[in-house]
Design a protein around this ligand. Sequence first.
Ligand SMILES: Nc1ncnc2c1ncn2[C@@H]1O[C@H](COP(=O)(O)OP(=O)(O)OP(=O)(O)O)[C@@H](O)[C@H]1O
Length: 361
Amino acid sequence: MLELAIHHRQGDFTLEADFALGEGLTALFGASGSGKTTLINIVAGLIRPEAGHVRFNGETWSDGSVFLPPHRRRIGYVFQEGRLFPHLTVVQNLRYGERLLPRTERREDLDRIASLLGIADLLARRPSHLSGGEKQRVALGRALMASPKLLLMDEPLSALDSGLKAQILPYIERIRDEFGVPILYVSHSVEEVARLATSLITFDKGRASAVGRPDEALATVMHASGDLPAGNFIDAEIAAHYPEDGLTEARSAAGPLLLRRTSVAIGTRVRVFVPVSDIVVATEQTAGLSALNRLSGHLVAVEDGHGTGVTLTVDCHGQLMVAEVTRRSLRQLELEPGKPVHLLFKTVSIASESLYRKTKG
Ligand SMILES: Nc1ncnc2c1ncn2[C@@H]1O[C@H](COP(=O)(O)OP(=O)(O)OP(=O)(O)O)[C@@H](O)[C@H]1O
């Protein structure tokens, strides 16, 4: 668990953060200059905050009297460009990761990491003979070889084109799911964050705040940043393909979802995006409609949007969904908190479908 309460000024800029994080991948998301890298550097021990504390698993890394240097924090750091040592081979770069560790604390096995990252055939090469994506996988491997307790990734994919990104994302997912090491991940990419984040910290002019469940919060945050239309993310798992109908079915806590046909493998965890503009609200089960998706739940909030629309929040078996109706519909359907409703929409898509599709063939 990373616990952080800090106040730090640099020039005209002030960073304020107060949150705690557990396992999984926490995306740090915010406009340029909002303080993401400053926060990462404070956690890494590259900047000493003016006030406050940083603790990890009960150990104080930084407070008024303690300041642990970076190498005592057991952190793996992956930068935008891999920063491999050009004169060392891949295997030497990987071994470098564990060099600073006492032998007794070297937990990671080079073969396991090389095979996890698909770099076992590259071990004898030097970085100049690797593609950008291969370099970045080696950089991930080097960070893992240090048996880190925490991984920091500052825009690790931003220098790569979308094809290479798609190749590396599944490896980052495997690290997230198989290593049990918390990851702080800085990114400007809606697609990456939508696909990877299990929790989310947003940055607004130096104010860093943890938000609720990422699938629910992501849509709001990304809409506010202008990157997405208003909508809902739903965590789901690919369950079946119906090629004859051009459909794929996914399972989610809210209920089954029918997607436009994708080639993503059954069992893959995906995040689905349902735009608010696609959702029709009904108070009764209606027959004779072409909408393939129907989620049932009850209204938990009704918020007048001051325009023509009213925003509804619906709890569908624990998944909060946002929908919009006009004031007239609100009146006619007598919508109020507690009322059971059904949300109807046509087929939907995976949030970052291009990235899933390229990786799963
Ligand atoms: N050494 C410094 N002295 C004074 N101000 C600084 C220093 N380093 C960064 N800043 C300022 O602090 C603010 C936050 O910078 P930071 O690099 O953390 O933002 P960021 O969210 O990571 O941005 P980006 O997404 O562009 O990388 C910016 O306004 C920046 O100009």
